[in-house]
Design a protein around this ligand. Structure first.
Ligand code: GRF
Length: 212
């Protein structure tokens, strides 16, 4: 059986991309990265792909007449590379229902908080960690979820907690959460690649391959 082919969408440094590259190359994740697509030029994530001879392209949203034309280009590239799972790794754009329909239940994202807390429109990057600290929360964490038409509302695959220390800044908290992200994102992709995830409405059930 051919390996699951991943299409990774990025917009920044790509540390989550790196953890996925490393776990695919080590064989921990039974999948291969077919293509990396960036929404920005010259980002470090593209350098990481280049270092590992992974095909990578930059598709700039403002080069297209509208959102659908931009997403049609993404869909065309993903289909050309025979992608079976779309992985959002620090990708900052919200995908439209048009794109979600094209890859229904085959798009996953990682969010640096314990969804449903500190998630949704406006909650991204350092803003998430600042909100956690300002609220006085004692734990936070990271969440891997399927992507649906909402923002951070898709069925949850994996979550892991992280303590919030009294002297934390958004930067120190982000660094601690990122460490956890680099471990649960490969775990979630591995479960998907092994056919061990089943979506039941808003819930994800872990199943043995036979049950799937
Ligand atoms: C991560 O914290 C991720 O949860 C969020 O964006 C950040 C991206 O980091 N969506 P990187 O580009 O993978 O280093």
């Amino acid at each position: 059986m051919s390996k699951l082919r991943l299409g990774i969408l990025v917009s920044g440094g790509g540390s989550n991309l790196q953890s996925i590259i490393d776990k695919c190359e080590s064989g921990y994740i039974p999948a291969e990265i077919a293509i990396v697509i960036s929404s920005k030029e010259g980002i470090y994530a593209l350098k990481r792909a280049e270092k590992h001879n992974i095909p990578a392209v930059t598709v700039l949203p403002n080069k297209y007449r509208d959102r659908q034309a931009y997403e049609d280009e993404l869909i065309k590239i993903l289909r050309n590379y025979d992608v079976g799972l779309v992985v959002l790794a620090g990708y900052i754009r919200v995908l439209s229902p048009h794109f979600i329909r094209a890859y229904r239940n085959r798009i996953i994202n990682i969010h640096p908080a314990l969804i449903p807390s500190f998630s949704g429109m406006g909650y991204y990057g350092a803003k998430v960690h600042k909100a956690v600290i300002d609220y006085g929360a004692k734990i936070t964490g990271a969440t891997v979820h399927f992507v649906d038409e909402g923002t951070d509302t898709g069925p949850i695959i994996l979550q892991r907690t992280v303590p919030v220390e009294d002297d934390d800044t958004p930067e120190t908290l982000a660094a601690r959460v990122l460490k956890v992200e680099h471990s649960i994102y490969p775990d979630a992709i591995k479960l998907y690649a092994e056919g061990k995830l089943k979506i039941n409405g808003s819930r994800v059930k872990r199943v043995s391959k036979e049950e799937f």
